[in-house]
Structure formats: structure tokens, C-alpha cells
Design a protein around this ligand. Structure first.
Ligand code: ADP
Ligand code: GN1
Ligand code: MG
Length: 372
């Protein structure tokens, strides 16, 4: 849980800028995301409690929040239409609903130049930072695959790229090299082992982009942040209810999404665990993810299926590179709660890569078995 960066009065003011039903009753910091500032707003609607989720978009990271929100509105409305077409009685739990501002725009600006958005709060469901059972892994993967499936026919134009080259590992390596070169905090010597680990794996980093450039792996509309706490699972049935955190929905490779699920859902410990003996990739969770994903992702080409296992290692290495870069740069991107947290996060990611490398053969055999 976050410490509140904004006062109740500020948040009440922001909330009043939206076309939300109900009387403001209270607000509290919410969730464990690294990027935005998230609050749960409690309101009372003719005597009945209703909740909303208000978020400050991190505009240091997302430079064009209006274009970002244009994407989010297009995506959520498309999902809503698909669910309505299918006659789903629970459509407002299965796709995020953007509450418009009083002026009709999908955001409210405050006096400090911040951008705020409001969503309906999805009830009787929750997110998990660490997945607890194979079933949860299966359901999460199925929900992300369904999300990709439902967006496959989003009408043109192409979505905006809210963060260009987001999963471009060679570009992330360049940024790491620049941070090593600048070494603004004098932390380079401390991370020599991590730099060496990355160096040994540089040759693999362009593999998916090269196959994409050769026309073997297509661009699709992807989520790009399929960290396991970005899907809500139903409290009662355990089913994947709703995919959230849509800031990075944009053109990408389906494998980025599968890879980030492997990174986050197979992890046996917290992302910032300091005792690396606790950190590893759980192959049972990997199998459940692959089964869940493949049960729904009928669109996948053989070339994509061939890279499912590799994508887990690649995305995990990529996020490790990003944590390392941010540690060297002085913790300017990912929110931290204590000194050294980004280095700890980097180390768990590299430990996860080691663990996935050791189990690569077994994971490949599992995927072959599921495909048959
Ligand atoms: P960040 O980009 O910082 O990760 P998220 O959009 O993922 O922010 O939101 C942070 C947390 O808030 C999520 O992990 C989830 O638990 C919760 N959350 C987000 N949107 C909703 C919603 N509409 N209803 C209920 N909970 C939500
Ligand atoms: C960030 O927003 P959140 O916490 O879901 C980051 C992801 C990283 C993740 C690592 C926009 O995700 O790319 O994989 O942290 N999001 C952005 O935990 O950079
Ligand atoms: Mg999130």
C-alpha cells in the first residue's frame, strides 16, 4: 500500500471534475503498481456504497496522456461492444469503464498540470502480486489471450505508441550502456556482476525483432504490461475477470505478453526479494500459463509458438536491464520505497533468467506436448 501523495481535499476536488454518480465519502491509496498514483474512492449513491478508481497518469513516463487516453477509450469501448454483442450480463466487470469528465473528455487536468482518469471500481475480484496456484496462472493467461483475441479486429487507425520501442531489447541495451557511461550516482562498480551477466546474453537480444523484420512474426495489438497483477481474478470463481492497466496497449508482439506473464507469474518470490535462494521460475506455473494461453490464443502462428519459452527469458532479461538502468540513473523511473530496491529487483530478474535457462529443455518439451 502506498503512502498518499495527494490530500483528501485534492482528491475530492479531482473526483468532482468527473461525471460520476454519488457523493464523495472517502479515498485511500490503492494497489502496488510502479508507475501511476492510484486511489480507491468510496462514494454513496442514494444510500448505497459505490467505489471508483482514480489515477494520476505518470506524465513523466507517458508524455502524451491525451493520446494515451484516446487509446484507452477506443480499447475499452471496443471490448464493451464485443461483450455486449455476446450478450454478456457482466460486461462492466469484464472491461474497464472510463468515466468521462464534466467537459466530456476522458480525463481531468488539475492546477499542477496533472492528468487524472476515473474508472468504475471492479468489485468481487482482485489482483495478485504472487500467483498462488496453477489454476490462477491458467486463468490469468486465458484472460490475457482473450484480451488479445477481442482486440484483433479493432477498427483502424493503428493505436498510438504510448512509449516507443517499449519492449525493444537492443534499444534497452543502448539505454543501459548510456547509463553505465554516465554513471551519475557512482554505482557502476557495485553492479559489475550484473553488467557481466547481461553482456553474456547480448547476442540473443534481437532475436524476436529479427524474426519480425523477416516477416515471420506479425505485429498485433498487445497489452505489453501483462504483469500478473494487471489482471483481476474473480473472488468466487477464480476466473480471469478483467485485464487492467491499459497504458501500454499498442502494437507489439504477442510474445511480449506471454513473456511478461512467464516473468511475473512463474516467480516464486516477490519482485524485490533480497534472498535470491527463494527466487526461481516455477515450471508448474509455466505449464499452466502455456495451457491457459494456448487454450484461447487460436491466432498464434507456429513461429510464435516456437518462441514461447524464449520469450519468457527475453522479457525477464529486458525488465532486469531496465531495473539496472534505473538503478544506475538514480531511480528516476520505477517508484521505489527503499534504497537499493531497483538493484534488488534487477537481481531477482537475472536470477529468474538463470532459473529459466536451467529449465529451458523441460519447458520446451511441455510446450510441444500441449501443442500436440
Ligand atoms: P500501475 O500502472 O501503477 O500498475 P494499475 O492500473 O495497474 O496501475 O492499478 C494499480 C492497482 O489498482 C491494480 O494492480 C489493481 O489491484 C487496482 N485496480 C486498477 N484498476 C482497477 C479497477 N478498475 N477496479 C478495481 N481495482 C483496480
Ligand atoms: C511497470 O505499471 P506496472 O507496475 O504494472 C512497468 C512494466 C514493468 C513492471 C515491472 C509503463 O509496470 O513495464 O514490467 O513495472 N510499466 C511501465 O514490475 O514501464
Ligand atoms: Mg499495474
Amino acid at each position: 500500500m502506498e503512502r498518499a501523495k495527494h490530500s483528501v481535499e485534492q482528491l475530492r476536488q479531482v473526483f468532482s471534475g468527473f461525471q460520476a454518480w454519488g457523493d464523495f465519502a472517502g479515498v485511500q491509496p490503492y494497489g502496488s503498481g510502479h508507475i501511476n498514483d492510484t486511489y480507491k474512492v468510496s462514494a454513496r449513491l442514494a444510500g448505497t456504497p459505490v467505489n471508483y478508481l482514480v489515477q494520476r497518469i505518470n506524465h513523466a513516463i507517458f508524455k502524451e496522456p491525451d493520446r494515451l487516453m484516446e487509446n484507452v477509450v477506443r480499447v475499452t469501448e471496443h471490448l464493451g461492444r464485443q461483450l455486449a454483442k455476446a450478450g454478456d450480463p457482466d460486461a462492466t466487470r469484464k472491461a474497464l469503464t472510463v468515466v468521462p469528465a464534466r467537459d466530456g473528455l476522458p480525463y481531468v487536468r488539475d492546477g499542477e498540470g496533472n492528468w487524472w482518469r476515473l474508472y468504475l471500481f471492479i468489485e468481487q475480484a482482485r489482483t495478485y502480486d504472487i500467483i498462488e496456484s496453477d489454476r490462477q496462472a491458467f486463468e490469468a493467461a486465458r484472460a490475457f489471450a482473450r484480451f488479445q483475441n477481442l482486440l484483433a479486429d479493432l477498427p483502424a487507425p493503428r493505436l498510438h505508441e504510448t512509449i516507443p520501442a517499449f519492449h525493444n531489447t537492443p534499444a534497452r541495451l543502448k539505454a543501459l550502456d548510456a547509463a553505465i557511461g554516465a554513471d551519475v550516482c557512482g554505482r557502476k562498480a557495485e553492479v559489475a556482476a550484473e553488467i557481466a551477466f547481461v553482456d553474456e546474453r547480448r547476442v540473443q537480444c534481437g532475436r524476436l525483432l529479427e524474426r519480425h523484420a523477416r516477416g515471420e512474426i506479425p505485429e498485433r495489438i498487445t497489452h505489453n504490461d501483462t504483469k500478473i497483477n494487471n489482471v483481476m481474478l474473480d473472488d468466487a470463481t477464480g476466473e480471469g475477470v478483467c485485464v487492467i492497466d491499459l497504458d501500454t496497449v499498442m502494437p507489439g508482439l504477442a510474445l511480449y505478453d506471454f513473456g511478461d506473464m512467464v516473468r511475473s507469474a512463474t516467480a516464486s518470490a516477490k519482485e524485490d526479494e533480497r534472498d535470491l535462494s527463494k527466487v526461481g521460475s516455477r515450471i508448474g506455473m509455466f505449464e499452466a500459463l502455456a495451457r491457459g494461453y494456448l487454450s484461447e490464443a487460436a491466432f498464434l502462428l507456429p513461429a510464435e509458438m516456437e518462441e514461447l519459452v524464449f520469450s519468457g527469458r527475453l522479457i525477464t532479461l529486458t525488465i532486469g536491464i531496465r531495473f539496472l538502468t534505473d538503478y544506475l540513473a538514480g531511480d528516476v523511473y520505477f517508484r521505489t520505497h527503499r534504497p537499493g530496491q531497483n538493484l534488488d529487483r534487477c537481481r531477482t530478474q537475472l536470477q529468474m533468467v538463470r532459473s529459466m535457462e536451467a529449465q529451458a529443455g523441460a519447458m520446451e518439451a511441455l510446450v510441444r506436448g500441449i501443442r500436440r
